[in-house]
Design a binder for this molecule. Structure first.
Ligand SMILES: *Cc1c(COP(=O)(O)O)cnc(C)c1O
Length: 460
């Protein structure tokens, strides 16, 4: 018999969590105005709100924390991290920042101007925010298959090359400062980009003499998918794949809270000296001196170790394996989830789950609240609440798909926790037709309303 695949680590320190009663949860969610962001973390049993900054550090990372160098300039921790970035990605220049959006803020301050266009694959919200804040436009060129939840395309993060070419052909090149590729593509559900596609984007970028930037938050997970799904990569190591991926890029922005397996941090890395030189000024203004940029020395040390751990094949097989394990269980219960399963989260099709709840009553939010009431599990709505209102008409924008996202933190939960999640959803699924009424908004902010919105249940 083949041995089961267990986690490639054992537990040295534990953090107790508490399964509350349904009565307690009913009171807490009412007090939270039916917004899961308003819950205290102690009121949550299994927290799947995000995989960002929620991972567990290893004993080696904690040991590196103790040897952090807190010198203002030129700390050994900075040089330690610089070496790791050079070895993993091949980039000579690097700037630390306090998280991923700070890296965007610094680099885009140097590169993005009023009226620019930035083509890419489903830009992440903060990326899009930092583009639009500068009166530039994020042009989404993701392949059509990406928007079909049951399409089994192995690389649903890919760019549609014809569409990208059209954008480059029909716009002034001086207004396209770079093309951006998000690896894996968070907004499309943690879906990977193939090496072939990266190569094709690079060839086109070269043809038009436009630089290529990576948003690399989940670079290691992307490399793992390439090793599993793309011909010619089965005998390459994850680090070889990572190095080849970044060989096609001029630079990267990184949220270290994802595949850096640290709780806070980010960076910019590039092979272009002129990008580095321009970004330095903004880094000093917004983040800190170039050798710490908003990070403590100890945190840079932990990140250097985390980047190496995130590119270990056993770690990735276990991490992404957990996400697949949950996806398979839910599918087995007949629950419709986005396919193929992504690298960091499972997206549950809320409309298929709750056919009687009307879209204007927030289907995916209703499902997320029901899941919390059922078992103290905190998911996040990716649907009408998050899609906000049309800025002109102030009408609700109704997205094509109503998802409830279950993001799995790195190295935090065991497969038994995943079993609890699957059974809680199965129980809900069994009585889903009894759930007919959703929620109405009582209070909302003009933009990014989902973080602070207040709701009340619609009464019979
Ligand atoms: C999280 C994330 C960011 C932003 O990083 P923060 O560390 O949250 O500021 C940017 N791009 C992608 C793809 C992300 O997942």
């Amino acid at each position: 018999m083949q041995l089961p695949a267990a986690e490639p680590y054992k537990i040295k320190m534990v953090e107790p969590i508490y399964l509350s009663t349904r009565t307690e949860r009913e009171q807490w969610i009412r007090e939270a105005k039916y917004n899961l962001f308003n819950l205290r973390s102690e009121q949550v049993y299994i927290d799947l709100l995000t995989d960002s900054g929620t991972g567990a550090m290893s004993d080696r990372q904690w040991a590196a924390i103790m040897t952090g160098d807190e010198s203002y300039a030129g700390s050994s921790s900075y040089y330690h991290l610089k070496d790791v970035i050079k070895n993993l990605f091949g980039f000579d220049y690097f700037l630390p920042t306090h998280q991923g959006r700070a890296a965007e803020n610094v680099l885009f301050s140097a590169l993005v101007k009023d009226g620019d266009l930035i083509p890419g694959n489903s830009h992440f919200d903060t990326t899009k925010g930092h583009i639009e804040f500068r009166h530039a436009i994020a042009v989404d060129c993701t392949i059509q298959e990406s928007f079909e939840p049951s399409n089994l395309h192995p690389f649903k993060g890919n760019v549609d090359i014809d569409q990208l070419k059209e954008v480059l052909d029909n716009n002034p090149i001086e207004h396209i400062p770079f093309i951006i590729l998000t690896l894996t593509c968070n907004s499309s559900g943690g879906q990977p980009v193939s090496m072939q596609n990266i190569r094709e984007v690079k060839a086109l970028a070269d043809q038009y003499n436009i630089p290529l930037l990576f948003d690399s938050a989940r670079f290691a997970e992307n490399a793992w998918f390439i090793s599993q799904r793309e011909a010619g990569y089965q005998n390459k190591t994850i680090r070889e794949i990572v190095l080849e991926m970044s060989s096609y890029a001029d630079g990267m922005t990184m949220s270290s809270k994802k595949d850096g397996i640290v709780n806070i941090g980010g960076f910019i890395a590039t092979r272009r000296k002129e990008w580095y030189d321009q970004a330095c000024t903004f880094n000093i203004m917004f983040e800190g001196f170039v050798t710490y940029g908003g990070m403590a020395g100890r945190d840079m040390n932990a990140l250097a170790v985390g980047l190496m751990e995130a590119t270990e094949p056993d770690y990735l097989t276990s991490r992404i394996g957990q996400v697949q394990y949950l996806g398979e269980q839910l599918s087995g219960y007949g629950i419709t989830v986005q396919q193929p399963y992504g690298g960091h989260a499972i997206f549950v099709d809320a409309r298929a789950f709750l056919p009687y709840v009307r879209q204007e009553e927030f289907i995916a939010q209703t499902l997320s609240i029901e899941l919390y009431l059922e078992a103290g599990i905190r998911a996040v709505e990716v649907g009408t609440l998050m899609a906000d209102r049309d800025p002109l008409t102030r009408e609700n924008r109704y997205p094509k798909l109503e998802f409830m996202r279950l993001a799995i933190p790195r190295r935090v939960y065991s497969n038994l926790h995943l079993d609890v999640i699957a059974v809680a959803l199965k129980n809900l699924y069994d009585r889903r037709l009894e759930i007919k009424l959703g929620y109405r908004i009582t209070q909302e902010a003009p933009i990014l309303r989902h973080f602070t919105v207040e709701l009340e249940p619609i009464a019979m």
